[in-house]
Design a protein around this ligand. Structure first.
Ligand code: CP
Length: 312
């Protein structure tokens, strides 16, 4: 099932930075296979029977937590969900002791979302089980990046040579970072588009082109990936008003006309219609947000399958 040269069994999935094309392709190809399983009436295969997957979320989530749970259950794993507020972290337990406890409880794989960039890397050093980063602060969200790649590949037929414009609050976005590294590894051209205050300070060291004008950044783009303003991560005022941001950087139906005629629009969610994206754009045939969510389940099934070294 997996390309012969790639073996991800026992590995962590912490970032797309550093992953090569063969590894990413292995996950995308495996996700295509699982996409077939989730289209069945009975969405159940015995692939991970006897395996336990723990999801540990210290931040809110609708899509990611639910799709990891669905992915594990569709493959017959035992999935145990722990929210940060319900864990003993609220009683002062350290992250290290939490992870050692999960290891003692014989978790076979741990999925973590955290507001702290780098915390998943640190946790992965404490336990033998694979750790999957489900979003760490402003760093990476690798399974979101993979599901975005899968969605683009399914619609466009390929990734190499495409121009992908990532628009919005890139400085605070872990989704943007995973997309940048994943798309670059697959041979796409990545544009970052936003006000200079919302562009990452290290943009010059990333494999990207930078635009501070929306129209220029969208011109001729094959794909537009729109990001939410992450006000919860902004520690100071980075633009005058949300209304002005929306006027200058909101992606509207009119603005999409400068892209390629067959442009596709993505948004990782949660989406604020009327802010970073006009209210009607998500409902256009060019928008693929629901496909992204469904692909999220297939990608997470592939990740659990490959990291747990399942057979069959
Ligand atoms: N895209 C994403 O990570 O969404 P959630 O925060 O709902 O998981």
């Amino acid at each position: 099932m997996t390309p012969a040269a790639v073996n991800l069994a026992g590995r962590d999935l912490l970032a797309l930075e550093g992953m090569d094309r063969a590894e990413i392709n292995a996950i995308l190809q495996t996700a295509e296979t699982f996409g077939e399983v989730i289209r069945r009436d009975v969405k159940k295969v015995p692939t991970l029977r006897g395996k336990s997957v723990v999801t540990l979320f210290y931040e809110n989530s609708t899509r990611t937590r639910t799709s990891f749970e669905a992915a594990g259950k569709y493959m017959s794993a035992d999935v145990i969900n722990i929210s940060g507020s319900a864990s003993s972290a609220s009683k002062g337990e350290s992250l290290r002791d939490t992870f050692l406890t999960l290891q003692a409880l014989t978790a076979d794989l741990i999925v973590m979302r955290t507001p702290f960039s780098g915390a998943c890397h640190q946790a992965a050093e404490w336990v033998k089980a694979p750790v999957v980063n489900a979003g760490d602060g402003m760093h990476e969200h690798p399974t979101q990046g993979l599901l975005d790649l899968l969605t683009i590949q399914q619609v466009k037929g390929h990734l190499e040579g495409l121009t992908v414009a990532i628009v919005g609050d890139i400085a605070h976005s872990r989704v943007a970072r995973s997309n940048i590294w994943g798309l670059a590894a697959m041979g796409a051209t990545v544009r970052l588009v936003g006000p200079s205050t919302l562009l990452p300070p290290d943009a010059a060291g990333l494999p990207v082109e930078v635009f501070t004008d929306l129209r220029a950044g969208l011109e001729g783009a094959d794909v537009v990936n729109v990001l939410r303003l992450q006000l919860e991560r902004q520690t100071k005022a980075l633009f005058p008003t949300v209304r002005e941001y929306s006027r200058l950087f909101g992606v509207s139906r009119d603005m999409l006309r400068v892209c390629k005629p067959d442009v596709m629009v993505l948004h990782p969610g949660p989406m604020n219609r009327g802010v970073e994206i006009s209210g009607d754009v998500p409902d256009l045939p060019a928008s693929y947000m629901e496909k992204q969510v469904t692909n999220g389940v297939a990608v997470r099934m592939a990740v659990l399958y490959l990291l747990l070294g399942a057979e069959g």
